[in-house]
Ligand binder design. Sequence first.
Ligand code: HEM
Length: 277
Amino acid sequence: MPFGVAYRKKRKKLTYSGYLKISELLQLQSLLSKPEAHDEMLFIIIHQVYELWFKQLLHELDAISRCLNHGETLDAHRLLRRCIEIERVLIAQISVLETMTPVDFLDFRDNLMPASGFQSAQFREIEFLGGLKNSGYLKNFGKNSKGWKQLQKRLNALSLWESFLNLLIRKGFSITKNRELQAQELKKIYEQADQHYDLFLLTESLIEFDELFSRWRLIHVQMVERMIGSKTGTGGTEGVGYLKSTLEKKFFPQLWELRTHIKKNDSATLKRRIKQK
Ligand code: HEM
């Protein structure tokens, strides 16, 4: 009888801080600078908040993959809209960090070596799950460490894109391995949007998710350049030069490519339907 009166009496009264483990959470900011650099607290908290949002993103993206695998397109779409709103938060947060000046940062930067966001396992998991699988990044993680194992798992699992393509195949699309042909086939989602309206909504949200992730990359590199100029990164890369080389990364390149092939389509009934109303 877990939900009876006796159970409620026996269970300790739940509190806000107990449920959310607030005191544990507030113990997790250990500054390294001595004497204490004022801005190190901001630096730690902002990274921790990012990692929490990455955790939530992975939680949602895994659920989206499951929805796609079960043909639940609109559920996948609804959760993807949530991911997009989270990405907006990730982008907005950068400006808080930009209230720190390069001089403030140098107060504690040396203590960070050789740690860097470059070693964020969850960030790489999001990349891998999105389809940007690159086993080369595994060498930044201790073999058999938690991060390494998670990334190995992601390398072997279906990416979001693969789950999406499988869904399309089940819906009768003719999907081959050839990227160019995929883009040609996918444009049908746009040209016949009224027949595949759920797919049309999902596809537009997928490209928005991709676009906002790229926007985060861009705003991060601009912030980094403003902060450290052309100094090398604490993680050992050349810094801004490396980050600029990642700006062309796309989760779903075919969705960008198909736009080139879309033709004016007078028989697009979706358009007609809107006009008639
Ligand atoms: C003062 C603030 C920051 C500076 C100066 C900075 C600098 C850098 C640099 C130079 C790199 C290239 C790798 C290396 O370290 O050699 C990098 C990578 C990265 N940083 Fe930052 N960063 C800052 C804040 C953040 C924040 C708040 C996050 C949020 C999680 C973050 C996440 C990342 C990620 C995920 C990468 C890897 C990107 C990739 O490989 O595509 N960084 N950062």
